[in-house]
Design a protein around this ligand. Structure first.
Ligand code: ADP
Length: 398
């Protein structure tokens, strides 16, 4: 079956067409600036160059139409007609407590996703637009919602509750949810496969370090804790997000700069993290590494603070699981930055972790980077959220 995977943002739409038999990507691409002047669609069929076209897309339905046109195009298309698309898998950011697994989309499911809008006001409404646009263009094609939060629903109460009046949880479901679940699930399964063990017998820590970053503790294949919370702002220092901080800082900065809570929240989401720590140099670790290599403080301090926070979470999750067998690095930074991996693993020598530097210097491929003698296996596992979404979609509709 050919599965179209859709990841819809407020002004963008990422897509991949995946063959569920071969698990190969037939085509992939991105629609940008939907509803804004200067729209752009990128389309890349398997084994060919990227094709970029400037075209205005007044709404997401128009974007989906253009994606389908590209997929069935006579010259560069990869399918003969729309009928070849057997299912659509949608990445949905927040499933609240309602969804502990992927689910086939119907009116009731759409309503339940809508009810989670409050918890992810920037993401869920956009995800819903993606669903509706696909339904308009592909009526009758089964669609599946795959939630970023679902994998973390196995967290025990003691891990997901905040130390605030319990009433807020009862009334408004204020609790920790966690995100990047599709990635944490995929990578922890690969970790067990690489280790040649049954995941049920393993304690795994996954460090998903991208622009957004989170760590999770996976015991026996189930998530028992993760670093993101009610929203993706909690936890690690990220590209532009602050991660954990003393909530009193909100009031302090609001008073000092005469700003509203919304304005300070915007700073914590968009102007903080390694971007803020590097005095606005960059949120991209390639730039930070260059800066550090030039001997500048900006890049050095941002990278050190970032890696230290990761190491602290790894330590916390070893305690949470009372042990660890495998530690995995994934996503843009985790897959590509030997320096960050070294900075994190420097803190783990106490439990017998030692890194094979030749292995660690390889980039972007699945590899064990700990030495043979290391008691805990440390690995780089490239994540593949689209494939994981395609698999879940196929499993539900086949
Ligand atoms: P997201 O999906 O959250 O946007 P990614 O997982 O794609 O993020 O990660 C993007 C980040 O990965 C970039 O901002 C950059 O910091 C980092 N990155 C990508 N390639 C490299 C590299 N070669 N070396 C170091 N960091 C890299």
């Amino acid at each position: 079956m050919k599965v179209l995977v859709i990841n819809c943002g407020s002004s963008s739409l990422k897509y991949q067409l995946i063959d569920s038999d071969s698990e190969g990507v037939l085509a992939k691409g991105l629609c940008e600036r939907i509803g804004i002047d200067g729209g752009m669609i990128t389309y890349q069929p398997e084994g060919k160059e990227k094709i970029k076209k400037q075209v205005d897309m007044p709404d997401h339905t128009e974007a989906v139409k253009l994606v389908i046109d590209s997929l069935i195009d006579k010259e560069n298309g990869v399918i003969a007609s729309l009928d070849e698309i057997g299912a659509v898998g949608h990445r949905i950011v927040h499933g609240g407590e309602k969804f502990a697994s992927a689910t086939v989309i119907n009116d009731e499911v759409i309503k339940a996703i809508e009810e989670c809008n409050d918890l992810a006001p920037l993401h869920n409404p956009a995800n819903l637009i993606g669903i509706r646009s696909c339904q308009a263009i592909m009526p009758g094609v089964p669609m599946v919602a795959v939630f970023d939060t679902a994998f973390h629903q196995t967290m025990p109460e003691k891990a997901y509750l905040y130390g605030i009046p319990y009433e807020y949880y009862q009334k408004y479901k204020v609790r920790r949810y966690g995100f990047h679940g599709t990635s944490h699930s995929y990578v922890s399964k690969r970790c067990a496969a690489v280790a040649g063990k049954d995941i049920k017998d393993m304690k795994i820590i996954v460090c998903h370090l991208g622009n957004g970053a989170s760590v999770s503790a996976v015991a026996g294949g189930k998530c028992v804790d993760t670093s993101m919370g009610l929203t993706p702002l909690e936890g690690l220092i990220m590209g532009t997000r602050s991660g954990d901080l003393d909530p009193a800082i909100l009031q302090f900065i609001a008073n000092k700069y005469n700003k509203s809570i919304d304005e300070v929240m915007n700073i914590l989401n968009k102007e903080s993290g390694v971007f803020g720590l590097s005095e606005g140099l960059s949120s991209d670790f390639r730039d930070l590494e260059d800066s550090k290599n030039r001997g500048e403080d900006k890049g050095r301090r941002a990278m050190e603070a970032f890696a230290y926070r990761v190491a602290k979470y790894v330590g916390a999750y070893i305690a949470a699981m009372n042990g660890v067998d495998g530690i995995c690095f994934t996503a843009g930074v985790g897959e590509n930055s030997p320096i960050v991996r070294n900075l994190v693993c420097d803190h783990l020598g106490f439990m017998g972790v030692s890194i094979d530097q030749d292995a660690n210097n390889q980039r972007g491929k699945e590899i064990v980077i700990s030495e043979k003698s290391s008691r805990v296996k440390v690995m780089v596992i490239p994540t593949n959220e689209e494939l994981a979404i395609a698999r879940e979609t196929y499993a539900l509709v086949k």
